[in-house]
Write a new protein. Sequence first.
Length: 565
Amino acid sequence: MHGRLKVKSTEEQKEAKRIEQEKKLKLYTAATEEAFRKRKDGEYDDEALKVSGEILYRNSDFSTMWNFRKEIFLHMNDNKNEDELQELFDSELDFLEACLKYNPKSYGTWHHRCFVLDTMPRPDWEKELKLCNLFLQYDERNFHCWDYRRFIVKRSQVTPEAELEFTTNKISSNFSNYSSWHYRSKLLPFIHPDPSSPAGVKEDILLQEYEMVQNAFFTDPDDQSAWFYYRWLLGRGKKTVGINCVCCDKIHSKIIVSTTEPVLVPDTVELKVEVDGSHMPMTWRTASNNIGYSNLWISDIPEDFKISGSCTLTLTLGGSSTSCSCELLLQDDSTEECYFHKDTPAIWFRSELSAAATTTLKRELDSVKELHEMEPENKWVLLTSISLMKSLDSHSYEDTIMDELKTLETIDSHRTSYYRDLRSKYLTENILERTDLSKRCLRLRDVGLTVFYHAKLLPLLVELDLSNNRLTSLRDVRHIYCLQRLCVDDNQISKLQGLESIVHLKEISIRNNEIKREEEFQFLRKCPLVVVNIAGNPVCDSVNVNSVLRNILTGLKKIDDIKIS
């Protein structure tokens, strides 16, 4: 047995490891307690640096300890001469470099390094830039290092042009370097500004960028980095805040205003109402009485300011970046008047995808189609093609867009639900653009919707038909404040949440869905329902379902076309 190495058993190894960890934990706890004591007592000395350094080397995410370390340096900054401070900070930079080698993605370490460079007497910016290059060689997607690099560049003499060249070299060596693409999107508008361009960059420079990014995705069509940058190049239209629609309800003495974008009244915008030139004091609230941004704002007409006879109602929406107005001509015998912006659907949807010129979009679509012929089952090619067609003419390309979305469901089956929802969104937008919303009726039946989009922009609808689709929720219907008749027959709805705030709903048909619990009808208790159709739901197997409905809805007159006596 002599001369043979003893091999520890598994249990012995576990016990030895446990003892070692326990020993380290005691040392770490003792060091932490000592550091907190020193901070409390104001002992900002070399020993405090040593103790905090031992802790941070093993746990660089201990933000409180980094703050203590900063306090130590700020104290020493007032009590040492320049050379002593320079030596002290140089030593700190070496310590931080060691920490970064141990954990290169530590927020605290990178932030503390910024503090050191901003505080030390003679920072060496060139050396720091070389350090960034070194770390980006190890991991070119380390966004902590990219952020630190931008910090260094801002404080040193490095030109934006030099940084742009740096990103070009990085991308040339690896098209998948998303951080470099992103950095370009920040540099180009600064170096080659053009406020009139959707991307904020001069047209000739954009053309060069299109060529560069096309080289990337033609080389590697499956890499998403270049596709994201390409989407940025195409740009997005700037959405403006405006009045979407208005309703003056004389019966309930309310004025309802819908805006094209969520606003906060009166903090970010002001809503003014005048009747024949006389100011009407208003107290605006959201439909749910919550505090926050909303597309819908409601106000009671003041009791001492009754609207009677024929008159003109003028609404003005004003803020730091917007100002618009509209008029409603109220007739003497009318109980309700509405205003709808004639161009609203185009405002809603056209600017959402791209603001690039039509000629640019057509040219880029041709390039993407060329790549599609070579890569017929590449999801990024198809998604970009769909986006370009939607921006150019959503109606002319509608069939092609739907076919390509169907193809995406097959080739990218893990995201089938996403593509079905996207199809629902595009279909809804096309139908809305073809619908005269001033009639306050919308039919989206039998089109395969999985989600009901844009309800926030349809508050004045009175009648809505969503029957024979694949909807599973009615949550978004809650935004349609004026809704009176709703049909959602033949869907996959199991919950009625969302209907609790529809205060004008009189008729609802939810036949052939998946409602199983009688408790779901509690969401209808605030609705002034007169007619309810629920046949074909599992809940109908209960003999008490009609009694439950009558108890909840006291004004009910019909259940499944049967009059209630």
